[in-house]
Design a binder for this molecule. Sequence first.
Ligand code: PMV
Length: 335
Amino acid sequence: GQVLDRGATAVAHPNIALIKYWGKRDEGLVIPNVDSLSMTLDIFPTTTTVTVSPEAAGDTVTLDGSPAEGEPRQRVVAFLDLVRELAGRSEPATVDTRNSVPTGAGLASSASGFAALALAGAAAYGLDLDPTALSRLARRGSASAARSIFGGFAICHAGHGTGAEADLSSYAEPVPVPDFDPALVIAVVNAGPKAVSSRKAMRRTVETSPLYPSWARASRTDLSQMRAALHLGDLDAVGEIAERNALGMHATMLAARPAVRYMSPDTVAVLDSVLRLRADGVPAYATMDAGPNVKVLCRPADATRVAGALHAAAPGSRVVIARRGPGARLRTEAE
Ligand code: PMV
């Protein structure tokens, strides 16, 4: 009934890309330049409730208990406008979103955030979307969010063409990898907000970095080799490809004009500890996103040792062990 359809709560988890998305070819539609492949985590969920509020004067957005303002609020309102357009509706909404990690720190809060908002928003406005359509919708908030609709491993297609064709062909889908269940150890060296948003940093990289085209080209090879390595459950191959893909992405940013550098001295200390682990015979491979934090892929049996090594390298950091996690889901009334 109409009244029951007014509110919906969704939970989504962040994902970490093993093959990175960096750079858009359409900023308005949020169409990536390259395909990406990620693992959804079982930690740091975002819980979002969207309630349609016909009596309200406008949208109300609450982020971790405080009213959202400025750009964060604007991104949510623009996303709701898109949901309303698809649903042929116009009533305002109240959005309450809770992150279990700091927002905007390169810990994929935008991925879990827009995946949860897409699912809760679609349900609240009575849109019946299949997982592909939900993933395309989440992409409009943040391209990495398209992947958090799914659990485990997911690939996000950059799609083809322009305009409506690009919009229709760019979405994520699961990559079934039943025999590969690694740990991902996260060293949160700095939980503060990043100096340059990923949106700005990617635009600058695409427009000014002479290294960007070669990284994007190499990324295609990385992706096909990654798929084969995942299929074989070969942690060393998966890790090597993920590490070179991430370091290459950071190289494109370092070559941007002016340079975008997310790595801090602690980041480098943690990267050094990963090399030492490997020298000691522990398979461990690093990846990094738009922030100084380091995520290290390893065997579950080595996760505690790896966590200890990362913490020793950056004693101020918080270290958390993640495994593959579930896709976005709606919460039932009973929960
Ligand atoms: O979707 P955004 O704007 O949060 O972009 C994030 C891009 C990286 O995290 C750096 C890489 C990725 O594929 O997640």
